[in-house]
Design a protein around this ligand. Structure first.
Ligand SMILES: [Zn+2]
Length: 300
């Protein structure tokens, strides 16, 4: 049985085919089209070309940078905005003549890591992508947990726990309309914003991290503030759902020291001041989204 996973991004669409052993046997990337009709046609052709090349058909799972509204069935909150408001699932099912499974890309990330990645030993896995922004997904017994609002895992749009202006800086307006969302702090852009506020210098996140690694005081202060904010944010997850594993992906997951420093801080904030939840880097890195998308049809 071949499983196709597609990862939809603002700039590219990737398709990967996996065989029964979970090995990648085909992949293709194209530029993301700029309108809905061309987008549906592009997905259709990606699947058809893959099936022609492999001489077989397969299941189709798709990770999107948004979600399907459980009430209307239409895409919402996608940053490639031209798919918003469309019944993407129905349109693709009609075109491809089969069931098509669609989920938020952070949920796909979490599913991939829960099924056969860093969280495969755990029953309850929370996946977090700490990149430009921060996204989350919750997987229980290798199934993505969804709810009536289609926003499970969006803990990044809760207010930063324990916020104080003296240590966390000025209040931040989030694009979602709320103030002081976790995402505004524990992300690459959040780190840069805080560094700028605190030290008056615009420095890319990668340079703040390399500065921290070479012992520069301002970078170290910004980094340890980030660690503390991540720990406060993770403590709310641990106290609420007590996951076996929190898997971190995205650009910040390449910072190895986080996986020593976050657990130490986390024990300060969780109930009982003891925490057995593992904090691990993603096993499949950037491939987790497409891998998780391919797992969607079989994880239901
Ligand atoms: Zn927000």
């Amino acid at each position: 049985m071949i499983r196709f996973g597609l990862d939809i991004g603002g700039t590219k669409i990737e398709i990967v085919a996996f065989n029964a052993e979970g090995e990648s046997i085909y992949n293709q990337r194209i530029k993301t089209p700029d309108n809905y009709q061309n987008f549906v046609a592009a997905v259709y052709h990606l699947v058809c070309d893959a099936e022609k090349y492999l001489s077989c058909t397969g299941s189709v799972g798709i990770g999107i940078p948004g979600t399907i509204c459980t009430h209307t069935g239409l895409v919402k909150n996608a940053n490639c905005t031209f798919i918003n408001g469309h019944d993407l699932k129905s349109d693709l099912q009609q075109k491809l003549d089969r069931d098509v499974f669609i989920a938020n890309d952070a949920n796909c990330f979490a599913l991939s890591e829960a099924v056969d990645g860093a969280g495969s030993d755990g029953q309850v896995v929370f996946g977090v992508i700490l990149g430009t922004g921060c996204g989350g997904g919750l997987v229980v017994n290798q199934q993505v947990l969804t709810g009536p609002n289609g926003i499970s895992g969006e803990w990044g749009h809760n207010p930063l726990p324990g916020y104080s202006e003296s240590s966390d800086g000025q209040e931040q307006q989030c694009y979602c309309g709320k103030r002081n969302c976790i995402e505004r702090y524990i992300s690459g852009t959040g780190l840069e914003m805080q560094y700028l506020q605190r030290f008056g210098q615009a420095l890319p996140a990668a340079e703040i991290i390399s500065g921290m690694q070479s012992g520069e005081m301002s970078c170290r202060l910004a980094y340890y503030q980030l660690v503390d904010q991540i720990a406060r944010s993770f403590a709310t997850i641990v106290n609420m759902i007590d996951p076996d594993v929190i898997v971190i992906g995205g650009g910040l997951s390449n910072v190895a020291s986080l996986f020593d420093d976050i657990p130490k801080q986390l024990t300060r904030y969780v109930m009982d001041h003891e925490c057995r939840t593992k904090i691990l880097p993603a096993q499949y890195g950037d491939s987790s989204g497409v891998r998780g998308a391919a797992w969607l049809p079989v994880s239901r």
